[in-house]
Design a protein around this ligand. Structure first.
Ligand code: ATP
Ligand code: MG
Length: 771
């Protein structure tokens, strides 16, 4: 790598003036570029800068700061992790209270009206759902469009290094919270967990943003994380916090962030994420304690996902492994089918329906709501009721329950008093309660095969239809409901085939839920832990693992996981963890564009910089100097955002093209961090900066601000290696150079061991000379 130690970098000579008048760059529009590339460029999605630019200015700045600076930085990061945990926990609590209360009022009103007229009851139910769903879609279309959908694909992309416009804004956060209350409370076939992950990420990002310049609330200490690198860490904490809050599953949250959303992981991050998840668990528990006295209206502990099925099957016989493996295979098939159908429908929706504007989006969601309400009210009405189980045989079963009850064995539209409506307990209910009923143990033969099949087909279709509409939506809860239904169906078959009493349908429902989530989302470790945490039953761990492995393997044979497919569908330029096979035969030089490299000379004219920044939209420019021998040498790479910050601050503009005295004597009259820290990609635009004609004639010495050691690869390096380097280090730019002409030394692993380094006599001298 070339850097400040290259001879001649600091030298000045007669060649300077020649370098200043470099040719203007090619216009990006004229350059040969594929359609796909143009699409990516015009999408407004920019990469994030995770690399620390160790420029001279940065190093000098760091050298001046003491140990306290570092200690306060670390402390502040932990404080932020704590705040993310508390706020995400409270947001989840608020969403749950609101959803449960709206649902409660909805069912109470519907049942009250139904006493007089079933038809009016239906109207009440449809109107309530319609109003809630309308509030959600209205907020999304008018106020926070980026809050539609689950948000997980975009967060995944963010943590991979690509920023989708608007995805982490404060208004998106508010839209997500209010929108998911409407969409979940309105009974649509979607859940609130994906949105909660997005909510956690938004909270983290908003905190890391460092206040608001608009409202003048941006103290210095709050701005310390206002850069892509630190915000990435905070957003990771936010994602884990979201899952931890949604499922009350702290370890599951950590693993979900690790397995599904992040692209880079460090051990220090693990501790912080773990801490945030633990904080969420405590906050949620404490907040639920406030509601014990009944002061939270319809909200009870039931509103938070936790389905205790510890009363179920705790052992299994060998023959049961076959139906359980079968569940895994069904999960893989149905999960892959679900993914494929959602891709088709989402593509159609994006290309046809959503192009027609917000009004169509609103009508579409209202139609889906109407269909959902009619089916969930109408189908239980058409189902014939079943007689309650024999109390002598099942003394624990409460049957029938009154129709306005949320438990199982509900008497809904039954002619006989001693009967219950099995379809109503899962279809005409809140989703959390429906899942609790599906998982219920020691209630054999509670559901008829017909009811379960009806629900499976209808709910699967509704979930496919609903995903992608303009409301916040999560896929976990619908997935659990679909899986639990066919799991229970398989359970019925096993109960009928087996002579043993120990076989429990509820256990099969749980395994079914795991299998569908595994088949659709293709996660294994995190799903397994989440399933164990939400059901409080550790005994089933090996079975859940088996089912997940099979369903993932079967699903993988057909298509990618749900989120990967959604990432592709949204054309997010995500770098997968593995490079493609064909890259092995290619080299770095095959991937670079044919366009001429746009670069700056070390001392550049302000007018030239402005014209280059206006005519190109690159984000990194190599900076070149001349050796005393006259040969050009690359002294580093300068970021567009740093150039903009320099121009805006008019930092160190000078009247001559003679380079300044460097290093050690940089006289900064500005906040040096503006030009040195990894900046936020959302900076000012070149068109917002005012520069007078006199200033245009001035010069600036770029050397203190360049990244003197950008990542550089020889042009023959295999593309697989380049890809891995890029992905593993989270880079934004790699410079490609010809083969180097000489090697000054070789470093091996042992050279880098601190004790070996300390042994070197010359080390102290070098360190003191470099400050
Ligand atoms: P980002 O997400 O960082 O905005 P991008 O793909 O939009 O990435 P640009 O900086 O706009 O990147 O670059 C567009 C193309 O131009 C890339 O193919 C890259 O190879 C090439 N390129 C990037 N920087 C330069 C430069 N300084 N001179 C010439 N070509 C460049
Ligand atoms: Mg770009």
């Amino acid at each position: 790598m070339q850097g400040k130690n290259m001879p001649g970098v600091n030298g000045s000579g007669p060649m300077w003036s020649q370098l200043l008048n470099m040719e203007p760059p090619d216009s990006p529009v004229d350059s040969p570029e594929g359609e796909l590339m143009m699409g990516y460029r015009n999408s407004g999605m920019e990469s994030l800068d995770y690399e620390v630019v160790e420029s001279l200015a940065y190093r000098e700045d760091q050298a001046q700061r003491g140990i306290w600076h570092h200690a306060s930085y670390i402390t502040l990061k932990w404080v932020f992790a704590l705040l993310i945990g508390i706020l995400t926990g409270l947001a989840a609590f608020f969403i749950n209270i609101a959803v449960e209360n709206f649902s409660g009022w909805k069912f109470a009103a519907t049942f009250a009206v139904m006493k007089h007229s079933y038809f009016l009851g239906l109207i009440t139910y449809v109107a309530f759902n319609g109003a809630l769903v309308f509030s959600s879609v209205y907020i999304i279309t008018q106020f926070a469009p980026a809050a539609a959908g689950s948000g997980i694909p975009e967060i995944k992309a963010y943590l991979n290094g690509i920023d989708t416009p608007g995805i982490l804004l404060f208004r998106t956060l508010i839209g997500k919270i209010l929108g998911s209350i409407g969409s979940v409370g309105g009974g649509l076939a979607l859940g609130k967990e994906g949105p909660l992950v997005h909510t956690g990420a938004c909270i983290a990002s908003v905190l890391g943003q460092g206040g608001s310049t608009k409202y003048n609330v941006n103290p210095k200490w709050l701005r310390r994380f206002k850069n892509d690198r630190d915000r990435r860490d905070l957003v990771t904490c936010g994602c884990a916090a979201g899952v931890a809050a949604a499922f009350r599953s702290p370890v599951g949250g950590v693993l979900f962030a690790l397995e599904e959303v992040t692209s880079w992981w460090r051990s220090q991050l693990l501790w912080r994420v773990f801490f945030t998840s633990a904080v969420v668990a405590v906050v949620v528990r404490t907040a639920m304690g406030w509601c014990k006295t009944g002061s939270c209206g319809h909200f009870s502990s039931g509103g938070f996902i936790i389905w205790d099925i510890s009363g179920g099957q705790d052992d299994y016989s060998f023959f049961e492994l076959l139906p359980m493996a079968m569940l895994g295979a069904i999960g893989g098939l149905l999960g892959a089918l679900f993914n494929q159908l959602t891709i088709w429908i989402s593509t159609w929706r994006r290309n046809v329906v959503h192009r027609k504007g917000n009004r169509v989006k609103i009508i579409e969601v209202l139609l889906v709501s109407l269909i959902t309400s009619l089916l969930s009210f109408g189908l239980p009405m058409m189902t014939s009721c079943k007689p309650c189980p024999d109390p002598a045989k099942y003394p624990d079963v409460v049957c029938p329950r009154p129709s306005h009850s949320y438990g199982n064995y509900v008497n809904f539209f039954c002619s006989n008093e001693n009967e219950y409506n099995d379809l109503a307990t899962i279809f005409f209910n809140t989703q959390d309660d429906a899942i609790r009923n599906l998982f219920s143990t020691n209630t054999p033969h509670e559901y008829t095969t017909r009811s379960l099949l009806t629900f499976l087909v209808m709910f699967f279709s509704l979930a496919v239809l609903t995903y992608g509409t303009a409301v916040p939506s999560g896929q976990f809860v619908p997935g659990i409901m679909i899986g639990a239904t066919y799991g229970r169906l398989v359970g019925i078959l096993v109960v009928n085939a087996s002579s043993k009493d120990s076989v429990d349908e509820g256990t099969y429902a749980l395994l079914g839920a795991a299998s569908f989530l595994g088949g659709s989302m293709r996660m294994t470790v995190s799903l397994c832990v989440i399933m164990v945490e939400i059901t409080n039953n550790l005994q089933l761990l090996p079975l859940i693992m088996l089912v997940l492995l099979i369903s993932k393997a079967v699903g993988d044979a057909f298509n990618n996981g749900f989120y990967e497919e959604q990432v592709k569908l949204r054309s997010l330029p995500l770098l997968d963890s593995r490079p493609q096979r064909f890259m092995r035969t290619l080299a770095a030089k095959d991937a670079i564009s044919t366009r001429k490299v746009v670069q700056f000379s070390r001392v550049s004219k302000i007018g030239h910089i402005v014209s280059v920044l206006r005519s190109t939209n690159h984000n990194g420019y190599p900076v070149v100097d001349k050796l005393p021998t006259g040969e050009p040498v690359v002294i580093g790479l300068i970021l567009r955002s740093h150039l903009l910050a320099l121009l805006q601050a008019k930092a160190d503009f000078q009247h001559t093209s003679i380079p300044g005295d460097i290093p050690g004597q940089i006289k900064f009259r500005y906040d040096v961090r503006d030009f040195t820290k990894p900046v936020s990609s959302k900076g000012v635009s070149i068109y917002e900066i005012n520069i007078s004609p006199q200033e245009m004639e001035m010069f600036i010495d770029l050397q203190p601000f360049v990244n003197p050691t950008p990542y550089i690869v020889p042009e023959d390096m295999s593309l697989t290696k380049v890809y891995n380097l890029f992905r593993q280090l989270g880079l934004r730019h790699i410079c490609v150079v010809p083969r180097p002409s000489q090697v000054v030394g070789v470093i091996t692993r042992k050279d880098l061991l601190p004790e070996v380094l300390e042994e070197r006599d010359s080390l102290e001298e070098i360190m003191s000379s470099r400050g």
